[in-house]
Design a protein around this ligand. Structure first.
Ligand code: UD1
Length: 417
């Protein structure tokens, strides 16, 4: 078992290079199933989730090889249309093979992803989108089987701008016959990255980044080379770490526009944020003002930043209210933060946080990826030592987090127990 041991740390200082985006790279890797030949994906983050999605592709007979931050994907022959439970249960994003495999093979059988710590996470919108394109879908024994005699472009209205459903819809429409229009589509930057990847394979996706995406299906896509966008959630986490602990840190390899929702809230809390030639600079004296937050689809405040932000607000001056509108059970970190002395009350989907002057270190558990990151940030600020178990959650989405933080002066180490 991996755990992180974190001690109260001095103000952070220096530079940190942000890795490629986890939430971009996963759908991009699955989208390579649409193509024939070799794709090279650059700026691949070294994350457990990337290993899992490669295992899923390998299971279909696709060859993947990682060389430093490049991933070579050879899609010559797809030998299986089935994604078994053992693979899908490891990571929900495996469900993103549904659209591409259906489009490419006309048939796919995939285990239902099930719930996860942050909520039930249904898949109705994914299925609605595929049905609109002409998929016959049946469910049984924990599996979904989808078949088609040929997908046909259509109009798809998503009741909610789900990121994953938008991605599955774009990928299946890319090889469908005719034009597909997705309305109320997710507008996240990762959707734009996926569309750019598909277009560079020879596809025709327009409007990504807005709520209406138009896809003109093509008959074939070919392998390409693509660099993944920087991870805005990793960047946001380092911004909050600096805000909370105090310090002066430059984040390199960021797209500043993608950080606007987090930047706006940190500035409101009194943190200085400056654009510099190589990225963004965060300056803080470590004592911030309370701010209210409501998570929303992009360009609103990201739900993935809610937990790190809550760690910050637990030591802010004054009372903050955080409303989580995206996932119904994304306050698992609250119990752990309270064990460190935070004063947080939950009322339905709202958390009321009365800022405390100090937190104290103790043994706590990472309950999911972003919650785990939040606990590291709290540990940097807390008096004494904080031991965070179940650290594998954090490794799913943060590349070498302890090394990146240590390079900024944080006192953190990884231990295997
Ligand atoms: C993606 C991100 C995740 C982020 C989330 C919201 C990846 C790999 N993961 O997850 O980090 O927290 O977006 O920004 O990119 N919903 C339905 N029916 C569906 C699909 C979703 O009701 O068919 C609901 C979900 O239960 C949830 C909301 O829509 O309440 C948002 O989910 P969605 O945008 O689909 O998130 P993911 O794509 O799973």
């Amino acid at each position: 078992m991996t755990r992180f041991v974190v001690s109260q740390s001095p103000p952070l200082s220096g530079r940190v290079k942000i890795s490629g985006s986890k939430n971009s790279v996963l759908p991009i890797i699955t989208a390579s199933l649409l193509s024939e030949g070799r794709s090279i994906i650059e700026d691949i983050p070294a994350l457990e989730d990337v290993n899992v999605i490669c295992d899923v592709l390998n299971n279909f007979g696709v060859k993947t090889q990682r060389v430093n931050s490049k991933l070579f994907i050879d899609v010559d022959d797809i030998t299986s249309y089935q994604a078994p439970y053992e693979l899908v249960r490891k990571m929900r994003a495996s469900f993103l093979v549904l659209g591409p495999l259906l489009a490419r093979l006309g048939r796919v059988k995939i285990s239902l992803p099930g719930g996860c710590a942050i909520g039930t996470r249904p898949i109705d919108l994914h299925l609605k989108a595929l049905r609109a394109l002409g998929a016959d879908i049946s469910l049984g024994h924990g599996y979904i089987e989808a078949t088609t005699r040929g997908l046909k472009g259509n109009r798809i209205y998503l009741d909610f701008p789900s990121v994953g459903a938008t991605e599955n819809a774009i990928m299946s429409a890319a090889l469908a016959d005719g034009v597909t229009v997705i309305e109320n589509a997710a507008e996240e930057p990762e959707i734009i990255d996926l569309a750019n990847f598909i277009n560079s394979m020879g596809g025709n996706v327009k409007g990504a980044g807005t709520d209406t995406i138009k896809i003109e299906g093509v008959s074939r896509l070919k392998g390409t080379t693509h660099s993944v966008i920087p991870d805005r959630i990793e960047a946001g986490t380092f911004m909050v770490a600096t805000a909370m602990n105090g310090g002066d840190v430059i984040l390199e390899n960021v797209i500043i526009d993608h950080l606007k929702p987090v930047e706006a809230k940190l500035k409101e809390a009194g943190v200085e944020i400056l654009e510099v030639p190589c990225g963004i600079r965060v300056v803080s004296n470590g004592r911030v003002k309370a701010v209210d937050i409501k998570t929303l689809p992009y360009p609103g405040f990201p739900t993935d930043m809610q937990a790190p932000m809550m760690a910050l607000l637990s030591v802010a001056r004054g009372t903050s209210i955080v409303i989580e509108t995206i996932f119904e059970n994304r306050f698992m970190h609250v119990a752990e933060l309270k064990r460190m002395g935070a004063n947080i009350k939950i009322e339905g989907r709202s958390a009321i946080i009365e800022g405390r002057k100090k937190l104290t270190g103790t043994h706590i558990q990472a309950t999911d990826l972003r919650a785990g990151a939040a606990l590291i940030l709290a540990g940097l600020k807390a008096q004494g030592e904080t031991v965070i178990s179940n650290a594998y959650h954090i490794d799913r989405g943060y590349e070498r987090i302890e090394q990146k933080l240590s390079a900024l002066g944080a006192v953190i180490r990884r231990e295997q127990t």
